[in-house]
Design a protein around this ligand. Structure first.
Ligand code: CA
Length: 409
């Protein structure tokens, strides 16, 4: 679960590597840097000392604590990575093109085949489709290709010691200590992303504690090197977060001429009655309900998405991510590419523009929560209502057109 960090991790790490070998650091700067590191080191040690009673109260033994922090220093690279925030937002069509690349489809199909018996067993036990399990695995680490080489204890302790995001990383650090204490992984193999996401499907330590599974029965929950454990843990995560067996995440649909865009939630039966059809011509599910979703506005692809789609977003709260997981999984098992094309003339807004959009809606009296650039259901509802009042097609899309309409109010 890369949370909000995952997508920038690799790029940011690469950027850091490039700048760190720059030969322009002067002797003076090098001296100043040494001082800074020294003061950070004593701060870091003081933090570890303060952490002990809290860790102890949650069941961490002195032995675990001492061996986990043996020789550990603060990691300046991790601190630097917290400062790299990307304003740049890839258009969803570019994001999906790299998420569902030909290489990934080929690797995914091979691994689906190799792990077919495991996937059967996972479907039987958890009721979660193999498509979505493979989709998460592919999106998180390219099917185990890159799981992160950062020391988990060091990264989490560094983030916790500077109070980054309140007590979140302190609590993750204590969970990580307990994972070590339970011998699921050797100290030297306890690795992951700079923000603490671990293993083949990038669990945070607290998620590991809640959802990790020893699926092959060897006594260890090994999400780093054991594929059955990693995939079953992912299925368990989705199941515990409300995955409904037998319900699809959703599918692409076509919208009839003269469609009433005010409807955005209905049963499959009602969608059929409205003339909405699956894009691949297969029959609509007989039961269940779904939201109509236009990731890039009504000129682009349309989807009916169910509550299982929202469960995928519990892994990473982003529509681009959830569609990436869903489409990658379906394509691995032979689904066709999207039928509709993307409307490149009205691209998704950048972060500042999304905040501006939310502020403008808020100024009109809509409750969109704290303007943070994250387009959730409240912002969508507000956009839909605003579009309707302005005589625009109410597709709830946070694109340039609606922002321009808000600017001229
Ligand atoms: Ca195991």
């Amino acid at each position: 679960m890369s949370i909000i960090f995952g997508r920038f991790t690799l790029v940011a790490a690469l950027a850091w590597t490039l700048t760190s070998v720059s030969p322009t650091v002067s002797a003076y700067a090098a001296g100043a840097q040494k001082l800074e590191v020294a003061s950070k080191t004593s701060q870091f040690r003081a933090y570890i000392d303060r952490l002990w009673p809290i860790a102890q109260s949650r069941g961490v033994t002195r032995e675990t604590f001492l061996s986990a922090f043996n020789g550990i220093t603060a990691d300046q690279e991790v601190i630097d990575l917290t400062k790299k925030q990307s304003e740049f937002v890839k258009p969803i069509w570019d994001y999906l093109a790299s998420a569902v690349s030909a290489n990934r489809l080929e690797r995914g199909a091979k691994l689906a085949n190799v792990n077919s018996a495991t996937l059967d067993a996972i479907e039987r036990r958890f009721g979660v489709d193999r498509e979505v399990v493979l989709g998460v695995w592919g999106m998180e680490t390219n099917f185990g290709g890159f799981t992160g080489g950062k020391d988990i204890i060091r990264s989490l302790a560094t983030l916790a010691s500077v109070g980054y995001r309140g007590t979140y990383f302190r609590d993750e650090l204590i969970s990580a200590l307990l994972i070590l204490q339970q011998y699921h992984v050797a100290r030297s193999d306890f690795k992951g992303s700079w923000a603490g996401a671990m293993g083949q499907t990038q669990f945070m330590p607290s998620s590991f504690q809640k959802f990790a599974v020893d699926f092959d029965g060897d006594g260890k929950k090994d999400i780093w090197t054991n594929v059955p454990d990693a995939l079953a843990s992912t299925a368990n995560y989705l199941k515990q977060n409300g995955w409904q067996p037998g319900l699809p995440w959703g599918f692409e649909v076509t919208i009839p001429h003269g469609f009433d865009y005010h409807i955005h939630h209905a049963t499959f039966e009602d969608w059929s009655r409205q003339g909405v059809r699956t894009a691949d011509g297969k029959p609509m599910p007989r039961s269940g309900e779904a939201n109509l979703f236009f990731p890039a506005g009504a000129d682009g692809p349309a989807f009916l998405v169910t509550s299982n789609y929202d469960v995928i977003k519990r892994y990473n709260n982003s529509d681009a991510y959830a569609l990436g997981v869903a489409m990658l999984g379906d394509r691995i098992f032979g689904a066709s590419p999207l039928h509709a094309s993307w409307p490149v003339e009205d691209p998704i807004l950048g972060l500042q523009q999304r905040i501006e959009l939310q502020q403008a809606l808020s100024a009109l009296g809509y409750d969109v929560g704290e303007p943070n650039g994250r387009i959730g259901s409240r912002t969508r509802d507000a956009i839909r209502d605003f579009q309707d009042k302005r005589g625009l097609r109410p597709d709830a899309y946070a694109g340039r057109r609606v922002l321009e309409a808000l600017r001229v109010r």
